[in-house]
Ligand binder design. Structure first.
Ligand SMILES: *Cc1c(COP(=O)(O)O)cnc(C)c1O
Length: 221
């Protein structure tokens, strides 16, 4: 890409604002989460200097390497964990992440709940829904969502939203609509959905958090 990172961020912010204005289901301005996985710390710092505060990483170790020191330096950085989380990483995840988008099974709910108590730190969690019901993908099946939400609440987990990754090569709008519908039924109004290629559609269906990597930072190695 030839344009600068700050130019690309400006363009994306403008199209987020435009999609928000045009979407009756978009109640609040969506939060842009800049997904920096696969990109070096200097790219994160460049985005920070361009005003970006929310970042997303999908691996705990990579996130620690880039963000542990950075978060001490820049207290207003908000770090989102967006990738599959092993239960044995719950301790590090609770210590590092400010939001977790990938709560997807009872064993992880147990591990996160125990760590939050132990560390005295409440980290808002989004339940990842396997919206396309794909066997190879993580996430709670739509028909199991109500039961899983109840399970999390019994453990006092701060579950505040739902997240999805629609099936590749399919009409994403259909799946954003489904997640919106599920959330409404469950009384949840925070929705993490939409990536570089489809975030405007996600905003049409009420996305409150969009996770954008490539369109900001370029292709990953
Ligand atoms: C990598 C990733 C993104 C960002 O994808 P882009 O297509 O690069 O914008 C969003 N969400 C999750 C869960 C990811 O792993």
């Amino acid at each position: 890409m030839t344009e600068t990172l700050s130019f690309r961020l400006e363009q994306i912010r403008a199209s987020i604002a435009k999609a928000h204005m045009a979407s009756p289901l978009s109640a609040t301005m969506p939060q842009l989460v800049a997904v920096s996985k696969g990109h070096p710390l200097c790219a994160v710092e460049e985005a920070y200097k361009a005003g970006q505060r929310h970042f997303g990483e999908n691996k705990v170790q990579e996130a620690e390497e880039k963000f542990t020191a950075l978060k001490k330096l820049y207290k207003d950085v908000v770090l989102h964990g967006i990738g599959h989380l092993q239960s044995n990483k719950a301790k590090n995840a609770v210590a590092l992440f400010d939001v977790i988008h990938s709560l997807d099974r009872p064993s992880l709910a147990d591990a996160l709940a125990a760590e939050m108590v132990r560390q005295g730190r409440q980290v808002p969690c989004f339940v990842q829904v396997n919206i396309g019901e794909e066997p190879q993908k993580g996430g709670v099946m739509p028909q199991d969502l109500a039961q899983f939400l109840a399970y999390c609440r019994e453990r006092n987990l701060p579950v505040t939203g739902l997240m999805c990754i629609p099936p590749a090569q399919k009409n994403a709008a259909h799946f954003f609509g489904l997640l919106h519908h599920l959330a409404k039924g469950a009384g949840v109004n925070v929705l993490s959905m939409g990536m570089s290629g489809d975030y405007e559609q996600a905003i049409r269906f009420g996305a409150t958090h969009i996770r954008i990597g490539t369109a900001i930072f370029g292709e990953r190695a």
